[in-house]
Design a protein around this ligand. Structure first.
Ligand code: AP5
Length: 210
């Protein structure tokens, strides 16, 4: 089964993708995580993407779709995958369709902007493995240290308040139209993303078993 997780920045897509991917042995594909890894390794892609991401804007559609096109060829995608944060423009959705990528369900994470701001300002990520925590809802066992690999936890550069505002504006303008696009396919399922992490995993699990 192939899924898309659609929703505002900080809606909890990545956190839920990790849980669902583990439960069903799906590959979890986050274009944001792939781009951050490229920035860390100072690759050509990373050097191009850095300033765009830090400004809260979107990386060009063709660059994103090429990343996805290559990634879904990998062996771990054969049993199904989750596209986390992609597509996020109508053009990207059309490009995925043209590639013949079959999508079974689209999970739309519905959430109020104020909750998103609280989640993003409290988010901490590991510099080494990229694991994600939250100072209140998912605190690490040791302050500032990753539970998984003992790396240092930092605040993502694009989680600065002014960049969060721009990311939400970009979401409203370019990504929101995807809700209508996928509603028309009959594959879109809305979930209340303000609920707890465990509740969200259980809601998505039930939706997938329909
Ligand atoms: P990306 O990394 O995809 O960022 P995003 O979509 O803005 O999503 P986030 O990672 O910010 O949030 P999330 O919904 O995954 O929430 P999370 O689970 O972390 O992309 C970054 C940038 O890369 C983009 O801005 C763009 O520049 C570029 N990019 C990426 N894909 C692109 C594309 N397709 N096209 C063009 N450009 C692209 O949760 C947030 C926090 O809340 C965490 O601290 C978490 O612990 C906590 N939390 C999660 N769930 C819950 C819950 N249920 N209750 C309480 N707390 C929770």
């Amino acid at each position: 089964m192939n899924l898309i997780f659609l929703g505002a920045p900080g809606a909890g897509k990545g956190t839920a993708a990790e849980g669902i991917a583990t439960k069903y042995s799906f590959a979890s594909i986050s274009t944001g995580a792939i781009l951050r890894e490229a920035i860390k390794n100072e690759t050509e892609l990373g050097l191009k993407a850095k300033s765009i991401i830090e400004a809260g804007e979107l990386v060009p559609d063709d660059v994103i779709i090429n990343i996805v096109k290559e990634r879904i060829k990998a062996e771990d995608c054969k049993g199904g995958f989750i596209l986390d944060g992609v597509p996020r423009t109508l053009e990207q959705a059309a490009m995925l369709d043209e590639l013949g990528v079959i999508i079974d369900r689209v999970i739309q994470f519905d959430i109020e902007p104020q909750i998103v701001v609280d989640r993003l300002t409290g988010r901490r990520v590991c510099v080494d493995c990229g694991d994600t925590f939250h100072i209140e809802s998912k605190p690490p066992e040791k302050d500032g240290i990753c539970d998984r690999c003992s790396g240092h936890l930092i605040i993502r550069k694009d989680d600065e308040p002014s960049t969060i505002k721009e990311r939400l504006r970009v979401y409203d303008e370019l990504t929101k139209p995807l809700t209508e696009y996928y509603t028309k396919t009959g594959k879109l399922i809305h979930i209340d993303a303000s609920k707890s992490i465990d509740e969200i995993l259980s809601i998505i699990t039930k939706a997938l078993e329909l």
